[in-house]
Design a protein around this ligand. Structure first.
Ligand code: NAD
Ligand code: DAO
Ligand code: ZN
Ligand code: ZN
Length: 369
């Protein structure tokens, strides 16, 4: 079938709106109509060319709200018309990782999904006979996309897809990082570095966890009002701190925050985020995705004295079993999404969404198909 899609023909170039060819679903696969898709910093990261796993040409997008259009052979638990959120981390329910309560990193199709192929090693997108890569197993910047059933969370049909699409990545990642990965305790002090869609969602998570002080940190002070609305109590612009930022945090916050979250993808900030935490028990969680070849460093002494460095993907959330509950929590008012959608636009204007992100003017842009 034909579909309108934003194609990334090569890195560092604007997306191009094309009519592409989408093949029907094969064994275990589902054809989806994308109703809405958020634009995440990771889409921009891959488009920048710094993502070692980025393959071009591709259809980016991984924060989708979709409707089931057609079932491939062997699809058991979905019906045409169901509403789903595609998962870049699937949940097969059978692998060692799915059976573990310690991780959400299902490995069932990990060998293909991160290389831009469907699990059978082929692709469903093409243009004029040239194959186009999938992206993170989702490719939600296309009007129609094909996703394996094991990478689809069936959700409440009453939920607005142009809002709950944010649960396909940013909001779930931030909340899950706080509740599942760091396991923030009530009464604690939490520092959140980077107040985009992910960082603001960490703030929501910190409120849910009962944190007492929640410090929003950003070099763009325009983000502080969003953080305040979501429950941040303190605000720090590192560019306004003279001298050592780490010392400032430790002096101002009683030895340093109990927990910190890096939501930027900057390895220098990752170091500060770890080192500013309280000696003896500080836990710092890396969420940001850093460029190819970059590494983090700190003196081992900083760990010897009781700090812990952690990381998280999709907030440790097992998508098929847990994401429907996140949607329900949005529906009953306990998760905030609406105010995070600062811009909506048609697919034709998708490059504006990237511009707004780079200019620091948006939290989340949502593409409406
Ligand atoms: P975003 O661009 O919307 O927000 C990033 C924020 O960081 C901006 O407000 C920016 O002003 C701020 N910032 C930039 N440099 C800074 C600095 N030196 N100090 C303080 N603040 C700074 O991005 P986002 O969509 O929220 O994504 C954040 C990061 O999380 C990205 O690296 C993205 O790839 C990653 N991510 C990871 C996961 C995961 O599962 N681990 C999931 C989603 C996104
Ligand atoms: O969703 O914006 C994003 C970025 C997510 C990066 C998460 C990487 C997940 C790696 C999973 C590996 C499983 C083999
Ligand atoms: Zn994302
Ligand atoms: Zn699995």
């Amino acid at each position: 079938m034909k579909a309108r899609a934003a194609v990334a023909w090569e890195a560092k170039k604007p997306l191009s709106i094309e009519e592409i060819e989408v093949m029907g679903p094969r064994e275990g696969e589902v054809l989806l109509r994308t109703v809405a898709s958020g634009v995440c910093h990771t889409d921009a990261f891959t488009l920048s060319g710094d993502d070692p796993e980025g393959s071009f040409p591709c259809v980016l997008g991984h924060e989708g709200g979709c409707e089931v259009v057609e079932l491939g052979p062997g699809v058991k638990n979905l019906s045409v018309g169901d509403h789903v959120i595609p998962l870049y981390i699937p949940e097969c329910g059978e692998c060692e990782y799915c059976k573990s309560t310690e991780t959400n990193l299902c490995q069932s199709i990990a060998g293909t999904v991160w290389t831009g192929y469907m699990p059978d090693g082929t692709r469903r997108f093409s243009k004029d006979g040239k194959d186009i890569f999938h992206y993170m197993g989702c490719s939600t910047f296309s009007e129609y996309t094909v996703v394996p059933e094991i990478a689809l969370a069936k959700i409440n049909k009453a939920a607005p897809l142009d809002k709950v699409c944010l649960l396909g990545c940013g909001v779930t990642t931030g909340i899950g990082a706080v509740l599942n990965t760091a396991k923030v305790k009530p009464g604690s002090t939490v520092a959140v570095f980077g107040l985009g869609g992910i960082g603001l969602s960490c703030i929501q998570g910190a409120v849910m966890a009962g944190a007492e002080r929640i410090i929003g940190i950003d070099i763009n002070p325009d983000k502080f009002e969003f953080a305040k609305q979501l429950g941040a109590t303190d605000f720090v612009n590192p560019n306004e701190i003279d001298g050592s930022f780490v010392e400032y945090m430790q002096d101002t916050y009683n030895g340093g925050p109990d927990y910190s979250f890096e939501c930027i993808g900057n390895t220098h900030v990752m170091r500060d985020a770890l080192e500013c935490t309280h000696m003896g028990w500080g836990v710092s969680t890396v969420i940001g995705v850093a460029g190819a070849g970059q590494t983090i460093e700190t003196r081992p002494f900083n760990l010897v004295v009781g700090r812990t460095w952690k990381g998280t993907a999709f907030g440790g959330v097992k998508g098929r079993t847990e994401l429907p509950g996140y949607v329900d929590r949005y529906m009953n008012g306990s998760i905030e999404l609406d105010s995070l959608v600062t811009h909506t636009m048609p697919l034709e204007d998708i490059n504006t969404a990237f511009d707004l992100m780079h200019e620091g003017k948006s939290i989340r842009s949502v593409i409406i198909f």
